[in-house]
Design a protein around this ligand. Structure first.
Ligand SMILES: CC(C)(COP(=O)(O)OP(=O)(O)OC[C@H]1O[C@@H](n2cnc3c(N)ncnc32)[C@H](O)[C@@H]1OP(=O)(O)O)[C@@H](O)C(=O)NCCC(=O)NCCS
Length: 231
C-alpha cells in the first residue's frame, strides 16, 4: 500500500516504523506545512499539506494517515484536507491483537502489542498506543488517543477527542465525555464530564481557574461538573 503521512513530527516517526514493518507498505510522501514545495527527497517526496489532492491525481491509488499526536490538531487537519474517508488507511501493527468482531475506523493507528477485544468499536483517526488494552464492548470515538499501557475495562465509552493518559485505567461501564483528558496513571471509577481533566486514584476532576463553586446570593452550592471534584 502506498501511504502518505501528514505531519512529520515525533508521532509521525512512530507511525512510519509501524507502516514500514509490513513489507507490502511504502511511504510515498510526507506532507507538512514546514515544506513549501513538492519535491523528491531520497526515496520519498516531501511537500505542503495542500498538495494532498495533487498526489491523489498523480497516483490514484494512495492512502493517507494524519500522523499528528494532538487530537484537536488531527481533527482540524482532517477538516482542512477535506478528503473523502476512503482515502484514509487503517494501520495495525502485526503484534497488536484485534478481535475478529472489533471494528476499527479509517485513519486509525493501532500500535505494537495493543489489544482490542470482542465487539469493541474504534472510531476514525484514533490512536491506540503501544500496549493499550481496550476490553470487550468498548465504544471509542473519533480523534481519541488511548496512551501506552492504558486499560479500558469492558463496556467503556470514550467520546470524541478524549485523551486517556499513559497507564490510566477505566473501570467497566464508565463514560468519558467528549474532549476530556485522563491523567497518566489515573483510575477512573465515575463518568467524566466533557472538556474536563481528571487525575489520580481514584480519579477526580480538576477545578478550572475562576470556576464558581458557590452562588453567594443564594448561598447554594452550584451543581458542579461531577460529585467528586478535586479539593
Ligand atoms: C493530566 C495532565 C494532562 C494535566 O496536565 P496540566 O493540565 O498541564 O496540569 P498541571 O500539570 O498543571 O497539573 C494540575 C494539577 O494536577 C496534578 N496532576 C497532573 N497530572 C497528574 C497525574 N497524572 N496524576 C496525578 N496528579 C496529576 C498536578 O500535580 C497539579 O496538582 P496541584 O494543582 O495540586 O498542584 C497531565 O499531567 C498528564 O497526566 N498527561 C498525560 C500525558 C500522557 O500520558 N501522554 C501520553 C503520550 S504518548
Amino acid at each position: 500500500m502506498k501511504i502518505v503521512l501528514i505531519g512529520q513530527g515525533g508521532h509521525s516517526k512512530v507511525i512510519k516504523d509501524i507502516i514500514l514493518s509490513a513489507e507490502e507498505n511504502e511511504i510515498a510522501a510526507y506532507l507538512d506545512d514546514k515544506f513549501s514545495e513538492l519535491k523528491t527527497v531520497e526515496q520519498s517526496i516531501t511537500g505542503p499539506t495542500e498538495a494532498a489532492a495533487d498526489l491523489i491525481s498523480y497516483w490514484g491509488d494512495v492512502k493517507f494517515i494524519i500522523a499528528i499526536g494532538s487530537n484537536s490538531v488531527r481533527k482540524k487537519m482532517k477538516e482542512r484536507l477535506n478528503l473523502p474517508d476512503e482515502y484514509y488507511a487503517t494501520v495495525i501493527h502485526r503484534t497488536a491483537c484485534i478481535s475478529y468482531s472489533a471494528i476499527i475506523g479509517r485513519g486509525t493507528v493501532i500500535m505494537p502489542n495493543a489489544v482490542v477485544n470482542a465487539d469493541s468499536q474504534i472510531g476514525n483517526h484514533a490512536i491506540i498506543n503501544s500496549c493499550a488494552v481496550v476490553e470487550h464492548d468498548n465504544c471509542i470515538g473519533n480523534y481519541t488517543h488511548i496512551s501506552p499501557n492504558a486499560t479500558l475495562a469492558g463496556n467503556v465509552t470514550v467520546e470524541e477527542g478524549v485523551h486517556i493518559g499513559s497507564g490510566a485505567t477505566v473501570i467497566p461501564g464508565k463514560t468519558i465525555r467528549q474532549w476530556a483528558v485522563i491523567g497518566a496513571g489515573a483510575t477512573v471509577i465515575n463518568d467524566v464530564p466533557q472538556y474536563r481533566t481528571a487525575v489520580g486514584v481514584p480519579a477526580k476532576v480538576l477545578r478550572k481557574e475562576g470556576e464558581v463553586l458557590v452562588n453567594i446570593s443564594t448561598k447554594k452550592n452550584l451543581p458542579l461538573a461531577a460529585s467528586y471534584e478535586r479539593k
